[in-house]
Design a protein around this ligand. Structure first.
Ligand code: ZN
Ligand code: ZN
Length: 262
C-alpha cells in the first residue's frame, strides 16, 4: 500500500482519462492520494481540486496559492481558500505555498509576503502545510522558522531537491521530507545521498504528476501509479524491502495529515 503525497490530477492533462488514471493507481497499490490545487485563484482550480476529493474516497485535497501565482493572491483569494477549508473535510493541508526563485514568476518580495501570510492562515486553521521551495532554501527555512514556531502541525517539503542541511533544519522544525520521481534520475546521485542520510520515519513519497516521471518511464506523462518507482528507489537507497518503505511512508503520511490508515 502506497500513498502519493502530492499529485495534480485535477488538471487538464487528465481530462480525457482521469478515472482510468485513478483506477491504475488503485491497481498499483496506491491507496491514497493528496491532490494539490494550484493556479490562478480566480480560475476555479481550487474548487476543482476539492470537488475531485469529494467524489473519491481515496483522494484528499490541499489548496493554497503557489509561489508562481503569489502576485495573484488578494483578499478574495484568501476568502475563497478559507471557505473551501471550512466547507470540506477533504481538505487536509494548506499548499502548495513557498518560494520559487528558479522561475521567478512573481516578484520575490511578493512571494515572501504571500508565503508568510499563508503560513499564518494555515496555523489559524490548524492545517499542516505543503511547501514548495526551489533555489530559495535559505529564505524558505528562515520564514518557516519565524512563522511556525510552536505550531503543532508542521508540514512537508515537497519534491525535495535541496541540501542535507536544509532537510535536517526542516526536520528539526517537525517537518517531513517528500521525494518525487527525480530521485530516480541518473544524474541525481547527490539527491540520493541526501535521502540515504535522512531517517525513514521522516520521509514521504510523491509523483508531483504530471511532472517528473520516474525512471524507467521518463518522457511519458506521469501519474500516481508511478509513485511505486520512487518507493523502489528509496528501498534501494536504504537497503530495505519495498513493503517496509510502503508501510513507513504511509504511516508518516497518516501521522502528518491526521488521516486514518486506508
Ligand atoms: Zn511544487
Ligand atoms: Zn505540485
Amino acid at each position: 500500500m502506497f500513498i502519493d503525497s502530492h499529485c495534480h490530477i485535477d488538471g487538464p492533462e487528465y481530462d480525457a482519462d482521469r478515472e482510468e488514471v485513478i483506477a491504475r493507481a488503485r491497481d498499483a497499490g496506491v491507496s491514497m492520494m493528496l491532490n494539490v490545487g494550484t493556479g490562478d485563484p480566480r480560475s476555479g482550480s481550487f474548487e476543482r481540486a476539492v470537488e475531485l476529493a469529494e467524489r473519491h474516497s481515496e483522494i484528499y485535497a490541499a489548496v493554497g496559492v503557489h509561489p508562481h501565482d503569489a502576485k495573484l493572491f488578494d483578499g478574495a483569494a484568501e476568502q475563497r481558500l478559507l471557505d473551501l477549508v471550512r466547507q470540506s473535510k477533504r481538505v487536509i493541508a494548506w499548499g502548495e505555498i513557498g518560494l520559487d526563485y528558479h522561475y521567478d514568476h512573481s516578484p520575490r518580495d511578493t512571494q515572501r509576503e504571500v508565503f508568510r501570510q499563508q503560513l499564518r492562515l494555515a496555523r489559524e486553521q490548524n492545517l499542516p502545510v505543503v511547501i514548495h521551495s526551489r533555489n530559495a532554501d535559505e529564505d524558505t527555512i528562515t520564514i518557516m522558522s519565524e512563522e511556525l514556531t510552536g505550531h503543532q502541525r508542521a508540514g512537508v517539503l515537497h519534491c525535495f531537491g535541496g541540501s542535507l542541511a536544509m532537510a535536517e533544519r526542516a526536520i528539526d522544525l517537525g517537518f517531513f521530507i517528500s521525494f518525487a520521481g527525480n530521485l530516480t534520475f541518473k544524474k541525481a546521485e547527490d539527491l540520493r545521498e541526501v535521502a540515504r542520510r535522512l531517517p525513514l520515519g521522516r520521509l514521504l513519497i510523491e509523483t508531483d504528476c504530471p511532472y517528473l516521471t520516474p525512471v524507467p518511464f521518463r518522457g511519458k506523462r506521469n501519474e500516481p501509479a508511478r509513485v511505486v518507482e520512487t518507493a523502489r528507489c528509496l528501498a534501494g537507497i536504504h537497503d530495505r524491502e519495498l513493503e517496509e518503505i510502503a508501510r513507513t511512508t504511509t504511516e508518516n503520511f497518516c501521522t502528518l495529515f491526521g488521516v486514518p490508515l486506508g
